[in-house]
Structures are given as structure tokens and as C-alpha cells.
Design a protein around this ligand. Structure first.
Ligand code: 2M8
Length: 443
């Protein structure tokens, strides 16, 4: 029999979250998780800095600065900044980014792809929490232009049709690695016989049944191989990768983050032409997200740029328009009702009323399998923040209460079983601890 779930009160929970972050601090960075992910991940760090801001705003700023120090010369924020520790595959040698591309820094070592652009949202939250401190002022002055360049890189290299729909070249770039969203595009990725052998390290630390399969990993590594062949040249990667998908969730985050970055730029005296440009990018990407809306399902779709087809697989990412706005009011209201309704957050069997990565009513739902069904606290945080931002305060408050109920066991699981609340994947995952801290300090 499974032991009863523990319940910590808010003071204890905050203390455990702070202790978790302290434990994941390797001296130069707060790693994503102690064993499974002993390095810095781009979007994890954005969330980590939000939680840190409640504990020590200087450290929150430093964390983002550590990520920014690894920014490629062309503006890309890499998806992994490697620490000196090994213990993760693919590591810096397998990526070979610095050896192959002059824009990649030699030190620290990085991967050769990116992750969702949530960093401006983190900056907003840090300013809200710790505004007025010299470190935050420094971040606004020095960090803002770096974020602007990051957004500019996405527009320049990841909008192949000029529609505002941003493309990803690897499922890892979505952050939702093995989501069923990517099953069709991955089916067309055929690993070649020259895929160098490799040994997975993830399954030494996490249950195999909760991680992607070997067949999926072969495809992930094959895409890395394809990128190596073109030396991570951003435009050639887009031309040659056998995986190229217009990601509606990334696009919505970009639209939201660009708007947020523009406002922060106004408040900190950044050049007005850059602010106008950011608002223009936000507008265009909002339109692209709204154009991906499918009235038949009430959800937004991704677009497979290689196959030239819409991808209608229903996942939590289909609610992307709720992040950035832009839908006609009737469609938006319907979408809000759906995410809160019985197929998603309102499903009667859920442990807590939080929308899982795939609806429990969907035949593709796998309760324990990574991005194929579990609840991901960070994604819930994003929806909660966006709800608040759009003035849906009652919905945001409800989500926050439910999320705290999920994480009050203090394990800070990477993801959770949506029906039982069991923590899954890695434990002491930094971004779960930090969103918990933010939920504990809502102001
Ligand atoms: C997971 O992704 C990495 C690859 O980037 C992995 O599975 O090895 C994802 O959940 C991703 O969104 C997250 O940033 C990363 C670290 O938490 O882990």
C-alpha cells in the first residue's frame, strides 16, 4: 500500500522549497534537478529565478545572468548550459556546439537548440517582486537588450513563412519532449545507419515507464546528428532538419513575452523603435495563434511545416490562445470553459482541478508517462499567470489553490499523476519548488 500523502503547511512548504533550491545549487548555477538534470535548462531557469526572487532577489538576478552569459553571439539562448558535472546525455561532447559553430560560446558549454521564450515573463515577475533593488535595475538595463536579441533571433530564424508562427526543429525545443503533439512529425524522422551509438543515462535515475522510449530517443539523437552536419547554422537547420513544426504554444508564449518585454522596455527607457518592433512581433504571432484555432475542436493546432499539414492532436498546448489572447470573445469564452470543464481541469477523477498534459478522456492519455498525461506544475503556473494577466482573477486564484494542493506533499516532483497526485519523474525538481514558492506568495 502506498504511504499516505504528506501535507506540509505553507511555512513548512516554503522552507522545503528553499531547501530544495539550496540543494540543487552547485555553486555556479541552480540545476534543474539533482540527479536527472544536473545542468541549467533555459526555461527551467526562467521559472527558477521567479521562485528565487522571493528568497533572495540578487540570486534570482544572478541566475538569469548566468543563462544570459551563455547566449550565442547570434542571439540564441541555448536550451542547456552545461555545468562541470557529467551525468546527462547528450552532454557537451555529443552536441559539439562550440566546436562546430563560431557563435556558440566556448565556455560555458551549451547545447545547440533552444527552448520556449518565457524569460521576459520571469523578468516581469522579478520586477514585480523585487523592483527597486539595484540588482533588478541592473537586470533591466543589461538583461533587457539580451532578451530583445533573443526575441529578434526567433523572428529572424524561426519564422520561415513570415506569418508569425514560430517553428521548432526538435521536440526538445517545445519543452514538451514526447507530447503526442509530435508523434506524427516524429514518425517521419528516420534515423540513419550512421547514428553514432549512445547510452541513455536518464533511465538510471527515472523509471523507464515514465520516460520516452528508445525509438523516440533514436529520433531525438538523429535530429542532433542532422544539426551537427550543418554545424548548427540556424537557417540551414531550418532547411534541412527532418522535423520542422510551427509550435502554437511556443508562438503564444512568444507573443505574450514580447508584449511583456515591450512594457518593461517602456518602463526602463529602452529605445522606442525596439519597443514598437516587439509589439509588432507580438501582434503578428497573436494573429498566427488565432489562425491556428480549429472551430471543430475548439483548440489551436500546430502546423507540420515538412508535411504541410495541421496537427490536430488534442493536448494542453491547444489552449495556447488563452496565454496570448487574440481570439474572438465567443471562441475565447468557449476555450476557457473547455479548459475548466469535464475533459480537462474539471474532470471528476482528477486529484486536483488542474489541466493535465493530455485529457483523461483521450484514448492517448497515459497517466504516468512524461508529457503524455501527467500534470506539469510549471505549465499550470503559466496558465495561472496568464489568467491573472488577462483579468480572470477568480480562475487564476482557483488554479493556484489547486496547484498548492498538488505540491503540498513537498516532494516537488517533476510531474504528477493527475488522478492520484503521486509525484513522478525526478524529485526535488527546481522549477516545481519555485512555482510553489510563487503560489505561496501571490502578491
Ligand atoms: C525535459 O527535457 C530534457 C531535454 O531537454 C530531457 O528530458 O532530458 C523537459 O521536461 C523540458 O521541458 C525541461 O526543460 C527539462 C529539464 O527540466 O527536462
Amino acid at each position: 500500500m502506498r504511504p499516505a500523502r504528506r501535507r506540509f503547511d505553507s511555512v513548512q512548504l516554503a522552507a522545503r522549497a528553499a531547501w530544495t533550491l539550496g540543494g540543487n545549487d552547485n555553486g555556479t548555477m541552480i540545476t534543474a534537478a539533482p540527479r536527472l538534470y544536473p545542468h541549467m535548462w533555459s526555461w527551467d531557469t526562467a521559472f527558477i529565478s521567479i521562485g528565487l526572487a522571493h528568497l533572495n532577489v540578487d540570486r534570482a538576478v544572478r541566475e538569469l545572468e548566468t543563462l544570459f552569459a551563455a547566449q550565442w553571439r547570434d542571439g540564441m539562448l541555448p536550451h542547456i548550459v552545461f555545468s562541470e558535472d557529467g551525468g546527462y546525455f547528450p552532454g557537451p561532447q555529443r552536441w559539439g556546439a562550440a566546436e562546430l559553430n563560431a557563435d556558440a560560446p566556448d565556455s560555458p558549454r551549451t547545447s545547440g537548440i533552444c527552448q520556449p521564450p518565457v524569460h521576459a515573463i520571469a523578468l516581469r515577475r522579478i520586477v514585480d517582486i523585487g523592483g527597486g533593488s539595484p540588482a533588478v535595475d541592473r537586470l533591466l538595463t543589461d538583461g533587457w537588450p539580451k532578451l530583445y536579441r533573443w526575441h529578434e533571433w526567433l523572428v529572424r530564424h524561426r519564422d520561415p513563412h513570415g506569418t508569425g508562427l514560430l517553428a521548432i526543429t526538435h521536440g526538445w525545443e517545445s519543452g514538451m519532449d514526447n507530447s503526442p503533439r509530435w508523434d506524427l512529425p516524429y514518425a517521419a524522422v528516420i534515423p540513419g545507419p550512421d547514428l553514432p551509438p549512445y547510452e541513455r543515462l536518464d533511465r538510471r535515475v527515472a523509471a523507464a515507464a515514465e520516460r520516452p522510449s528508445d525509438a523516440e530517443y533514436d529520433r531525438y539523437l538523429w535530429l542532433v546528428e542532422q544539426m551537427r552536419k550543418v554545424r548548427y547554422d540556424a537557417d540551414q537547420v531550418v532547411r534541412t532538419s527532418s522535423f520542422l513544426v510551427g509550435d502554437v504554444f511556443v508562438t503564444a508564449l512568444f507573443a505574450l513575452a514580447s508584449e511583456v518585454l515591450a512594457t518593461l522596455g517602456e518602463q526602463s527607457g529602452q529605445p522606442s523603435w525596439r519597443i514598437r518592433q516587439l509589439r509588432g512581433w507580438a501582434r503578428r504571432s497573436r494573429v498566427a495563434v488565432a489562425s491556428a484555432y480549429d472551430p471543430a475542436t475548439g483548440l489551436a493546432r500546430d502546423y507540420d511545416l515538412r508535411a504541410g499539414t495541421w496537427l490536430s492532436t488534442a493536448t494542453l498546448a491547444g489552449f495556447a490562445p488563452l496565454l496570448c489572447g487574440g481570439l474572438p470573445a465567443a471562441d475565447e469564452n468557449r476555450m476557457l470553459a473547455t479548459i475548466l470543464g469535464p475533459d480537462w481541469a474539471g474532470h471528476p477523477d482528477l486529484f486536483a482541478a488542474i489541466p493535465p498534459s493530455v485529457s483523461p478522456n483521450d484514448p492517448a492519455f497515459r497517466a504516468r508517462e512524461y508529457w503524455r498525461g501527467p500534470v506539469w506544475p510549471v505549465i499550470a503556473w503559466l496558465f495561472g499567470w496568464a489568467f491573472e494577466h488577462h483579468g480572470w482573477t477568480a480562475e487564476a486564484a482557483r488554479l493556484r489553490t489547486e496547484c498548492l494542493r498538488l505540491v503540498e506533499d513537498g516532494t516537488f516532483g517533476e510531474y504528477y499523476h493527475p488522478l492520484t497526485g503521486e509525484p513522478l519523474g525526478s524529485q526535488q525538481q527546481s522549477w516545481t519548488a519555485t512555482v510553489a514558492l510563487d503560489w505561496l506568495h501571490p502578491a
